[in-house]
Every structure is written in structure tokens, then in C-alpha cells.
Write a protein that binds this ligand. Structure first.
Ligand code: AMP
Ligand code: MG
Length: 329
């Protein structure tokens, strides 16, 4: 890829180098079906410290451990029947499950919690990487803390440049928003973070599923949910789904004061805004999930982002709405 000396296609040669870096406790960014991850050896305190430092991530926001298909969970956590059924149904895929930890990986991964979050991504490049290095890989999203999550190798490069020894390029991520995080330590699974695997899908397999209620208890159980996330580096203003006219007037005001704003909205709304700078988010939850982060990054080519909220019509859209609102603070 021309000048981008640290971006590599995934092949035996690059995996061999990636393996060397991971085993020397350095960081390797890799693709998954949700977003790009910033991976490190989960067994090493030094390696995990590097992830927090590189991202500027608050040190009480725990990381997810990534394992290859058919990995032995019982090495790391106390397994249970509930999670076994869910694994059969949804893995590999965008479902992270939180277990009681056996304390085998670095304590910095879970920030001192007695639990451990594990995920088995379905992306072929991710699977090849995880199988090749054959170590548990702790990985948050591969963006500088608070910035928009990356869905291409170039997004990772935009945030870290040459500071990372290696970015494995597996193309654009399909899923687009992060995995569902599900606590399976109790009798009923509890969703800590909404994502592409929905409560309905989980219910259809194990009969029940709850959402953790926003607030202090959730912040303690899943500290990541407390922080500001997904912010583009331009000023932004959010309007309600029934405030399209107001949003257009505001766009006009910004234009008149020599600004170059852009409107982020659903396809339905976009069709009525011909002639304006518009980023079309799509109409269904799955499409919006796929487009959201690339859209937020694209908005950085303008100097003001105007968001118009959407009516949530399916469960994936609920996960998109959660990120969309956080992006506007
Ligand atoms: P990110 O790496 O940016 O996708 O964020 C990881 C998410 O997983 C955050 O929302 C964390 O709070 C959550 N998480 C990771 N480990 C745990 C754990 N042991 N218990 C609860 N939530 C976790
Ligand atoms: Mg993240």
C-alpha cells in the first residue's frame, strides 16, 4: 500500500511477522466482522499496558479477549451450560460473553474485575491471525480513545500513523458496530452493551434475556459504558426525528456564515434534502450499523456535523441509536 509501510495484507508472511510482534508484547491491529481491534498478548502485563497507553484509554475500562474457533474456554473462565448453548448458536460472531475469570490472563485486561469478557470473531482474517499466534489476544477497538471506531485499515492508520508496528488489512468491516456484550454469570443472560446479536435472538435460544439498566450498577459491571465515545473531530449539533425543517434552517445559517456543514440522516430524510451536503445512513438497522462509523469519519471532511435522529424500528437500530447518541455527546 505505497507509503503506508505498516499496513499489510493478511498472508503467511505478514502473519509470521504479526506473531513475532505479539510474542514480543507489541501491538497488532487486525480486522474483525464488527470493527478493527488493537490486539496484544493478553497474558502479558506489559503488552496490555501498551494498549491502554497507545489509545489513551481510561485504565478502568476492561478489554475483550479474542480466541480462535474451538479454543478451550475452560482454560480462562468458569464455563456454563447457558454460554455453551449461546456459543453453539452464535459463534463465531459478534457476541462477547462475560464469565467468572480464572485469573490466567493479565489482571489489567479486566481492570481488577473478577470477570473476563471473551469473543470469537467470525472474520476470516481475524480467525487466521488468532489461530496463527495461538495466544489469547486482548483487544479494544483500534481507535484513539473517544474517537470514532475504525472499520477500515486506513481508519486505524489515521488514528495511529506509524506508531503501530503493524496493521493487518482485511478490508472494510461488514457489521460496523461493536459486538453485543452479554453477562452470562447468572441464570438469565444480561445485555451490557447492545449490538448485532439482539435480545430477541438470544431469547430464541435460551428462553430469556434482560437489558442491564443504565446507571451506576451498569457502570460498575461494564465500566466502558460510562465513557464518551465515537466522537468525530468536528463540532456537531443534533436534531430530533421531527425537526428536519429546523435542521435545514440551521444548515442554511451555517452556510451563510461561510461554513461547510453536512447533514447525517436516514435515506428517507436524505431524499428530501437534494442539493445539500448529506451523508445517507441507510434505512434499516443492519445498513445503518454498517455505515455509521464510516459516515462519522466522513463528516470530518466538513466543518460542522448536523445529525437528525431516527425512529428505531428494529432491534439492531437500537444498538445503532446508542452509538449515534454518544457520538453527539
Ligand atoms: P471496546 O474494547 O471498545 O469494544 O470496549 C469493550 C467493552 O467490553 C466495554 O464496554 C467494556 O465495559 C466491556 N467489557 C470488557 N470486559 C468486561 C468485563 N469483564 N465485564 C463487563 N464488561 C466488560
Ligand atoms: Mg471502543
Amino acid at each position: 500500500m505505497g507509503d503506508f509501510v505498516n499496513i499489510f495484507k493478511i498472508d503467511d508472511n505478514s502473519l509470521n511477522i504479526a506473531n513475532y510482534y505479539v510474542r514480543h508484547n507489541m501491538l497488532v491491529a487486525f480486522p474483525t466482522e464488527t470493527v478493527y481491534g488493537l490486539g496484544c498478548n493478553a497474558l502479558s502485563d506489559d503488552a496490555v499496558k501498551r494498549v491502554y497507553a497507545a489509545k489513551g484509554r481510561p485504565i478502568d475500562n476492561p478489554l475483550i479477549v479474542h480466541l480462535p474457533m474451538d479454543a478451550d474456554y475452560s482454560r480462562y473462565v468458569y464455563d456454563n451450560d447457558l454460554s455453551l448453548s449461546l456459543r453453539k448458536a452464535f459463534l463465531p460472531g459478534p457476541l462477547t460473553m462475560v464469565y467468572k475469570s480464572k485469573g490466567v490472563v493479565s489482571p489489567l485486561v479486566s481492570c481488577g474485575l473478577d470477570t473476563l469478557a471473551i469473543r470469537v470473531p467470525s472474520h476470516k482474517g481475524a480467525q487466521r491471525f488468532l489461530k496463527y499466534v495461538d495466544l489469547p489476544i486482548a483487544a479494544p477497538s483500534a481507535n484513539v480513545s473517544k474517537h470514532v471506531s475504525p472499520v477500515t485499515a486506513m481508519h486505524v492508520y489515521e488514528d495511529f500513523g506509524d506508531k503501530l508496528p503493524m496493521i493487518l488489512d482485511g478490508g472494510r468491516c461488514d457489521g460496523g458496530i461493536e459486538s453485543t456484550v452479554l453477562d452470562v454469570t447468572g441464570d438469565v443472560p444480561v445485555i451490557l452493551r447492545k449490538g448485532l446479536i439482539t435480545a430477541e435472538m438470544i431469547k430464541s435460544v435460551v428462553g430469556a434475556c434482560q437489558y442491564a439498566v443504565d446507571g451506576d450498577a451498569l457502570n460498575k459491571r461494564s465500566p466502558g459504558t460510562r465513557y464518551r465515545h465515537y466522537c468525530p473531530k468536528v463540532p456537531s449539533t443534533l436534531f430530533g426525528a421531527d425537526e428536519v425543517q429546523k435542521a435545514v434552517e440551521y444548515y442554511g445559517e451555517l452556510k451563510n456564515s461561510d461554513k461547510n456543514p453536512v447533514i447525517l440522516c436516514t435515506t428517507e430524510v436524505a431524499e428530501n434534502l437534494k442539493g445539500l451536503n448529506v451523508i445517507d445512513l441507510g434505512n434499516t438497522g443492519a445498513v445503518m450499523a454498517n455505515r455509521l462509523y464510516a459516515a462519522l469519519r466522513e463528516s470530518e471532511n466538513y466543518d460542522h456535523l448536523i445529525g437528525i435522529r431516527f425512529v428505531v424500528e428494529d432491534e439492531i437500530a437500537l444498538g445503532v441509536e446508542n452509538r449515534f447518541l454518544k457520538a453527539f455527546g
